[in-house]
Design a protein around this ligand. Structure first.
Ligand SMILES: Cc1cc2nc3c(=O)[nH]c(=O)nc-3n(C[C@H](O)[C@H](O)[C@H](O)COP(=O)(O)OP(=O)(O)OC[C@H]3O[C@@H](n4cnc5c(N)ncnc54)[C@H](O)[C@@H]3O)c2cc1C
Length: 414
């Protein structure tokens, strides 16, 4: 039986560990926190996952919270106008619903499942020197430790990482008591509120430790009026600041939020990081090799809500590469090929996410504006969150955007 070590128990590491386990591999999972510590710790993400990523979880029968988590059936875009109103406001319908399950709930639950199914769970914050030793005793070492210190083993790929500094300051608050969207109270949606030159506010429902909740998530341009959370330690002050900024920049969302309270004392998060693609093969000082997984190799800014989706798709792709490799050696060439297979799809996510961090060109403004008049445009844009490869057909090149809008307009007139 092949022995595999996975370091890091997040979306990618746990999904891969549980997948390999069902195929009879002897898997050791190393986590720097216990399930209880994760459950009683701070929120980590907004983790909205779309249809394809959820399907990968369903294939492994890991969709434990599907019936309890709100079904996100739409994705809305609002653009703040100069008069405190909205210059653009539409909602696209998703072909398959999305869901957000608080990672404190999901990772703690999956970790316990892994152990109950006989998996070897080791609670230890791994260092590079540990991995050197383990690379001699395991057939394969996978590092899925997110954006932690172990990423230093994997060199930054400058050709695929256009930014070398954070492009947004992030501030998250989980709340109870949010009112429905008055325009469409009949179905749940993520709403992306764009405030030109300032940043973005994402509002979405989630399933957290205390049941259904909503997440208020500001992404602020560094140095701008939203970049004010860094020094805030008190969760109530974090929420008060979130709401003040909503009242000032997105009053239509603030109107729904006047009665909210934090879900729990750990329901806030603030931080920032530079979006980075890394070399997938880590060479250990003693000559061993490790393959990076999830955010270790591709960390996108959360502006497009793709990180957990990409982590799930990475775990799915790597699982198949491992199974197909059978009993052969997991050498550097296999590791590179395994990552390249994942990159084939993920490159579209990286291209789009990095584009969204820059001021939008005119054809993109036209496209987003058109969603308000042409429902097929709104629907297609919404579904691109599930399949970002589709954006190549109508988002990046002005000629393609114009041709697409002309086609949809003609169809609407006919
Ligand atoms: C504010 C915010 C909002 C987001 N919103 C979304 C969204 O809406 N949709 C979406 O798809 N993505 C979103 N993301 C991104 C998403 O959360 C991540 O991309 C995803 O969790 C990455 O999964 P992962 O398995 O690679 O790493 P992680 O989930 O980070 O897991 C890594 C694990 O490794 C552990 N670890 C670290 N170092 C060590 C060590 N040395 N030894 C052992 N264990 C270690 C960590 O404790 C952690 O448990 C968001 C991220 C942020 C910050």
């Amino acid at each position: 039986m092949r022995k595999i070590l996975i370091v890091g128990a997040g979306q990618s590491g746990l999904q891969l560990a549980l997948g390999l386990q069902t195929h009879g591999y002897e898997v050791t999972l190393m986590s720097n926190r216990t399930a209880d510590e994760i459950r009683s710790g701070r929120v980590m993400s907004t983790q909205c996952m779309f249809h394809t990523a959820l399907e990968h979880e369903r294939e492994l029968q890991l969709d434990f919270w599907e019936s309890q988590a709100p079904r996100i059936e739409g994705l809305g875009v609002s653009v703040a106008g100069p008069d405190s109103g909205r210059a653009v406001d539409w909602v696209g319908r998703l072909d398959g619903f999305a869901q957000s399950v608080d990672q404190r709930v999901k990772m703690a639950g999956w970790m316990e499942t892994f152990a109950q199914r006989g998996g070897q769970l080791v609670i230890h914050g791994a260092a590079v020197s540990d991995l050197d030793y383990f690379s001699r005793t395991y057939d394969l070492v996978l590092v899925s430790a997110g954006k932690g210190e172990l990423v230093s083993m994997f060199g930054r790929d400058a050709s695929r990482s256009p930014y070398d500094a954070p492009q947004r300051a992030l501030a998250v608050a989980y709340v109870h008591g949010m009112g429905p969207r008055p325009e469409h109270p009949d179905f749940d949606a993520v709403r992306c509120n764009l405030v030109p030159g300032v940043g973005e506010l994402f509002v979405m429902p989630t399933l957290t430790l205390s049941g259904r909740a909503d997440i208020l998530f500001w992404e602020g341009v560094p140095g701008g009026p939203l970049d004010v959370f860094r020094g805030i330690k008190d969760p109530s002050e974090h929420l008060a600041t979130t709401l003040e900024l909503m009242e000032r920049f997105t009053p239509w969302e603030y109107a729904r939020a006047t009665k909210v309270e934090l879900t729990d004392a750990n329901g806030t998060l603030a931080g920032r990081y530079a979006p980075t693609v890394r070399n997938p093969v880590g060479r250990l000082p003693g000559g061993g090799l490790a393959l990076g997984v999830g955010d270790v190799v591709v960390a996108n800014d959360p502006i497009t809500g793709q990180g957990s989706n990409t982590a799930s798709k990475c775990a799915h792709s790597y699982l198949h590469s491992i199974l197909e490799h059978g009993d052969r050696e997991f050498d550097a060439a296999w590791m590179r090929a395994t990552f390249d297979r994942h990159w084939e799809k993920t490159q579209h996510v990286v291209k789009w996410t990095n584009a969204m961090l820059a001021p939008p060109p005119e054809h993109v403004l036209n496209l987003i504006g058109a969603g308000g008049q042409l429902q097929p445009v709104a629907d297609r844009f919404a579904n691109a969150f599930n399949d970002p490869a589709d954006l190549d057909h109508f988002f990046f090149e002005p000629d393609r955007t114009n041709a697409y809008l002309a086609e949809v307009t003609a169809a609407a007139q006919a």
